[in-house]
Write a protein that binds this ligand. Structure first.
Ligand SMILES: [Fe+2]
Ligand SMILES: [Fe+2]
Length: 374
């Protein structure tokens, strides 16, 4: 029997990775876990679904594209990658500007929760399923996400905080999504995750003076994992053409709009973080949307028209409404209640204005598979 891994980077299953993180949990801080426990429209959630329906998928129709993808994941190119090495520069947490420190820790906690959310969903699918192809895929993806979450927890621990993943698994609320919504939401979050990480990585290659934390050096291999996960969901969707045609195109448009808008609003809550990276959040959002849209043409029949004059204007309205809602909630009382109501109405109007921008239709390629190209 092989010796058990001591670090999440070497773990070959999600279970092993989580056992290592469980060991470290005695150091975990209640504050970070409380943030990870939050369930709002903007915070990462945990999902559950109809696992039997997922289990019934047949990949025979996409076999030619499926097998090479699984072989790539089984080869495990990133085994051992997600650990601190000599490249991990010392981080001076004590002297980090307080505004930046707060936003950056918030960013790490939210990223860790999102990675772990993927891990929990994929691990559960692997456990409940009996379909050989599907359970193998989900086991491999759970392995990757557990490592990602473990590595972010390593970074957080240096700042004296960490997210208690065992506690989250048991106590965080699970949101039910039908399998098709899991496909749209998860496919998009994997692909936008790739686009986000690679955009920051390439920017910092050009401007290393803005790399204020070593974790960004790991983003290139990291985003290749996310890219592969997205490829798997694209192939799962291809097994059933109904998922990406007819009335489901409206659902696709809804998820595209919701995922893009959420990213925009969330990122604009972290001005100090983006300033430290030397990144204008409007430029960054546009860059990430452009890359994500180009990738999603592999399977979705539409892309959002992000050059439309209503697009940027209503993203800004949504962001402002959100800032006002947060202020109203802090204020409380009748004025807070009214402020919340008014802010929510403006947010709903801005979202409707975004959703009703005519989408761009296009033909899809016969072969789904793509390689990371950015
Ligand atoms: Fe991940
Ligand atoms: Fe992923």
């Amino acid at each position: 029997m092989p010796e058990a891994a001591r670090h999440t980077a070497d773990a070959t299953t999600a279970e092993e990775s989580l056992a290592i993180q469980e060991e470290q949990a005695k150091l975990d801080s209640a504050g970070a876990t409380a943030i990870a426990m939050q369930n709002t429209l903007l915070t990462p959630r945990f999902y559950t679904t109809d696992f039997d329906e997922l289990d019934a998928i047949s990949v025979e129709g996409v076999r030619d594209e499926w097998d090479p993808l699984i072989a790539e994941m089984v080869a495990d190119p990133n085994k051992g990658h997600f650990r601190k090495t000599a490249d991990w520069d010392h981080v001076d947490w004590d002297n980090m500007e307080p505004g930046l420190k707060k936003e950056f820790i918030d960013f790490l906690i939210s990223s860790c929760t999102a990675e772990f959310s993927g891990c929990v969903l994929y691990k559960e699918m692997k456990r409940r399923g009996s379909n050989k192809e599907v359970t193998q895929l989900f086991q491999l993806m759970a392995r990757d996400e557990a490592r990602h979450a473990g590595f972010i927890n390593d970074a957080l621990r240096e700042a004296g905080v960490a997210v208690n993943l065992g506690f989250l698994t048991q106590k965080k609320k699970y949101t039910y999504f039908r399998p098709k919504f899991i496909y749209y939401a998860t496919y998009l979050s994997e692909k936008i995750g790739y686009a986000r990480y690679i955009t920051i990585f390439r920017h910092l290659e050009q401007h290393p003076e803005h790399r204020f934390h070593p974790i960004f050096k790991w983003f290139e291999e990291w985003c290749n994992d996310e890219f592969r996960h997205g490829e798997a969901f694209a192939l799962l969707m291809k097994t059933d053409p109904k998922l990406t045609s007819g009335h489901n195109v409206w659902w696709i448009k809804f998820f595209l709009t919701a995922v893009y808008a959420t990213m925009y609003v969330r990122d604009h809550q972290r001005p100090a973080f983006h300033e430290a990276l030397g990144v204008d959040p409007d430029w960054y959002a546009h860059e990430v949307f452009t890359k994500t849209s180009a990738i999603t043409t592999q399977i979705f029949p539409i892309t959002l028209d992000i050059e439309h004059p209503r697009w940027q204007r209503n993203l800004e309205r949504l962001h402002k409404a959100n800032v006002d809602i947060a202020a109203a909630k802090t204020r409380g009382g009748l004025s807070g209640w009214l402020g919340n109501l008014w802010g929510s109405a403006r947010a709903a109007r801005a979202f409707a204005a975004l959703y009703t921008i005519p989408a761009k239709r296009h033909d899809r390629p016969a072969e789904v598979r793509l390689q990371p190209a950015y």
